[in-house]
Design a protein around this ligand. Structure first.
Ligand code: AMP
Length: 284
């Protein structure tokens, strides 16, 4: 039986009983509308821990655009059905209310992420990462897991959560998990449910561009790789490019020259039919 908690106190009491048995706890925070990307994180957490907490909470403070928050898919009953297919008694679900997380004051805290939040998502979604870090901190304080699982799908978020854990000095390992894609290469996302079948198929061109960039890394100037991606999207009838960046994988600083001993990553954000999609790829 999967346990479902919606109060900090009730899940804390339960976690306390696990810690007296010396159980290790894995944590997978989500905003629901679960798909196979979420499930891959949950399965990895189940493999690596005695017990796993999945949270479903749509965090208002990380939405810079109220419209996007209003349109965010929510279907708890369906999510519970999906979680039950895992049939694992190691699994508990935490579905706190806004009041449980924020009390009466829904606001975000500011952190110093040493520049990690200045690029890409941070630039185009002001305040987004302060909101993410605020809720992750609050959830980690309640769940106090040994390991917390985050997808590389949100690569910049993964680096920021790592930095947050370091800043807070929590005894926790942040585990980055690979991106799950559909059969055409589109990165799975809760937002994909808002795309028509045609748009979903068309969006697989985002990943094709990332693969092309990866192929060209050692043969083409960075400026030219970027220019050809920009040109592709200028000519695309359906998609609009918000950003495409080639950055150092550890610090997200953009680069114009490739150094063989440095890891690079390409990150992209695209709009299609009023849906904003992000993706990224390790280049070397
Ligand atoms: P979300 O519900 O979108 O906030 O995502 C919850 C967690 O699942 C985050 O750590 C995401 O990075 C991760 N995630 C979302 N989509 C994918 C995917 N396609 N592959 C791997 N991880 C994902």
């Amino acid at each position: 039986m999967m346990r479902v908690f919606n109060k900090n106190q009730s899940i804390s009491d339960f976690l306390e009983s696990l810690s007296t048995q010396n159980f290790s706890v894995g944590f997978v925070p989500t905003m629901g509308a679960l798909h196979n990307g979420h499930l891959s994180l949950i399965k990895q957490a189940i493999d690596e821990n005695d017990h796993v907490i999945v949270s479903i909470y749509i965090n208002p403070t990380q939405f810079d655009d109220k419209h996007d928050l209003d349109k965010y898919p929510y279907n708890l009953e369906e999510d519970i059905k999906i979680l039950k297919t895992i049939k694992n008694d190691k699994l508990s679900l935490f579905t706190p209310s806004n009041f449980e997380i924020y009390g009466k004051n829904i606001s975000k805290e500011n952190f110093n992420f040493e520049g990690l939040d200045q690029h890409m998502e941070g630039k185009f979604r002001p305040g987004h990462f302060a909101g993410v870090a605020t809720v992750v901190k609050k959830l980690l304080e309640v769940v106090r897991p040994n390991k917390a699982y985050f997808g590389e799908k949100d690569y910049q978020q993964l680096l920021i959560v790592n930095k947050l854990a370091e800043l807070l000095k929590f005894p926790i390992s942040i585990i980055g998990c690979p991106i799950s894609r559909d059969e055409n290469g589109l990165a799975l996302s809760s937002r994909n449910s808002r795309l028509s079948t045609d748009d979903r198929l068309h969006s697989s061109l985002i990943y094709k561009n990332l693969l092309l960039a990866k192929d060209q890394l050692f043969t083409t100037e960075i400026a030219n790789i970027k220019a050809s991606v920009q040109e592709f999207f200028l000519n695309d009838p359906k998609m609009e490019l918000e950003y495409f960046e080639i950055v150092e994988a550890d610090n997200l600083e953009s680069t114009s020259k490739i150094n063989k001993n440095t890891k690079y990553r390409a990150l992209i954000a695209v709009h299609i039919s009023n849906v904003r999609l992000i993706d990224n790829i390790a280049l070397n």
